[in-house]
Design a protein around this ligand. Structure first.
Ligand SMILES: [Zn+2]
Length: 208
């Protein structure tokens, strides 16, 4: 779990999008109130009701492809008996590493739960989810920030809390709607670039 100090500093992060007014953004305070009422505990994992609908006592698996490294990983990362499997978390995190620098960070397991749940509710089983961008080192994020106004200086990508994803063969708009239904964090819609950003920060949404 994240240390308390880390969580506090993460709470002060800006949204991934700097220049777009978020639509349907939920203030952090009301989200906390909502979570206090609605969070369920399932298998030791705090989940929102949207996640609870698909979270079961079955193993949780991820099937992911990184187009930048041409690497595919298919791994069970959580079981009802053992909970999160640290080796799998490490393997998945390596597949989602900063491909500019080969640096990695262990991902927030809640993000893996979001990706797993999206694969379930989109019934995307036989092909891997494409991760366009996973972890970004501070130097890589600064470089991308200089290139594009859509990249935030304090992006959740730098904390292993965000991925940019697409499901080839499926509409990005459908993927966005599925991600919003989780009510589990930030959802950015990059229609022209054909991907959806999902993170484990406060619930909010934006689009380009
Ligand atoms: Zn992103």
């Amino acid at each position: 779990m994240l240390a308390k100090a880390t969580i506090q500093s993460l709470n002060s992060l800006r949204e991934d999008s700097q220049d777009t007014t978020p639509v349907n953004a939920t203030p952090a305070l009301s989200r906390r109130g909502f979570l206090k009422l609605a969070v369920l505990s399932l298998g030791g994992l705090a989940v929102t009701p949207a996640l609870a609908r698909v979270a079961t006592a079955k193993d949780r698996e991820l099937f992911v492809y990184n187009p930048h490294t041409a690497e595919t990983i298919r791994a069970v990362y959580w079981t009802p008996v053992d909970g999160y499997l640290h080796e799998s978390l490490r393997d998945v995190s390596w597949a989602l590493r900063d491909y500019y620098t080969d640096q990695m960070k262990i991902f927030d397991p809640r993000l893996l739960d979001q990706l797993h749940t999206l694969q379930l509710i989109m019934e995307y089983k036989t092909a891997p989810l494409h991760v366009i961008s996973g972890y970004r080192s501070p130097s890589t994020n600064a470089m991308l920030c200089r290139r594009s106004r859509a990249v935030a200086r304090d992006s959740y990508h730098m904390y292993g809390m965000a991925t940019d994803i697409r499901m080839p063969g499926r509409g990005t708009g459908d993927l966005r709607r599925a991600a919003l239904s989780l009510q589990a964090g930030g959802v950015g819609y990059y229609r022209r670039s054909n991907f959806v950003h999902v993170d484990t920060g406060p619930i909010r949404t934006w689009g380009y």
